[in-house]
Design a protein around this ligand. Sequence first.
Ligand SMILES: *[C@@H]1O[C@H](CO)[C@@H](O)[C@H](O)[C@H]1NC(C)=O
Ligand SMILES: *[C@@H]1O[C@H](CO)[C@@H](O)[C@H](O)[C@H]1NC(C)=O
Length: 345
Amino acid sequence: MHPVLSLLAGAGVVSAWTEIHHKTFMNKNVDPIVLPGTYTSHMHTFFGSDAVTKDMPTSADLQKGCYSGENPNDLSAYWVPTLYHVDGDVFTEVPVFRFSTYYINSFSEIAIPQDFSMLSGNASAQSQAAAGDSPNNLEWFCEGSDERESDIAKFPTSTCDQHLQVSLRFPNCVNPDNLAEYDFSDDSNKCPEGMKQFSQLRYAVRYDTKSVAPDGWSGDAPFQLSCGDAVGNGYCFHGDFINGWFEDAAENMLNNGGGGYDDGQFIGGEHGEAAAEATCTPADQDPDNGTSDYWTSVEMKGGDVPADASETSAAVATPASTTFMSASIPKPTFSHKRKFATRLN
Ligand SMILES: *[C@@H]1O[C@H](CO)[C@@H](O)[C@H](O)[C@H]1NC(C)=O
Ligand SMILES: *[C@@H]1O[C@H](CO)[C@@H](O)[C@H](O)[C@H]1NC(C)=O
């Protein structure tokens, strides 16, 4: 059993969570948190509010956008590096089958603050050592399988029966007086001095590898992240988040049911009490600038582009098989291998 869960059971505290699925609405070479104001980022795949451009938005800005998820109270912006199938110099986007955000509420003291943003993972990591043994619990695996590579952030070395999946946890402590200061809680679920705990965000991304690699693979998987320097590993996987939850719903997430919410519960608020897709269509708000093409993004950040480079699939694709509004909500899977041991600085 996961050490945190057993500890929770011992303390008689229920770990409650909510899950929201979001569709991909944009691939683009921007990163308003890390490289605001420029088109020089590696490619990212975006989910959530579409009021996200190269410039850093406020929560209020995001709340004016159109959302790609299924909770009208959540206008947060979420993004991850884009994953490609690589064949020589031909990069083909691996479609996201499902992007899930979990908010796990165990010891929360405050609602997720307005205008809060954070990162998790190391976008520069090109080795397991650099990816670190972090409480972010970054791991790649085949959906439904307990097998893990010895480098836990390497892609599985044989074909996945179901989807290729990655899981990443975010920091869950913040200094309410300085939102730029955030961290993970420690082994005993305590936040560093001066910080307060909020619901822990976790990303789970399932990739439709079958559509791009129908024959599967054996050995290093033929995939590479936009932040990566080689096929076969996902060491540099990272997540970005800007809070766009309406304030009342963020408070409901904290308070519902007296300090927690039931497993899988929908977090309601002024903007809706049930899951609903947006009536608008989320889209890139700055389509004339930047790029959605891998090799163009490499060129725009000053990298070398081989003469025979091409990208076969620039369009954002959502496979028809995507179950967007799933009626049965699967339990989040927790890592059995990793412990909340070290703290990210
Ligand atoms: C992130 O990766 C870079 C590149 O390998 C490394 O220098 C750095 O120490 C890593 N950061 C952390 C926090 O481990
Ligand atoms: C984006 O593109 C439009 C149309 O080409 C142009 O007018 C605008 O100045 C561009 N914005 C930026 C920030 O480059």
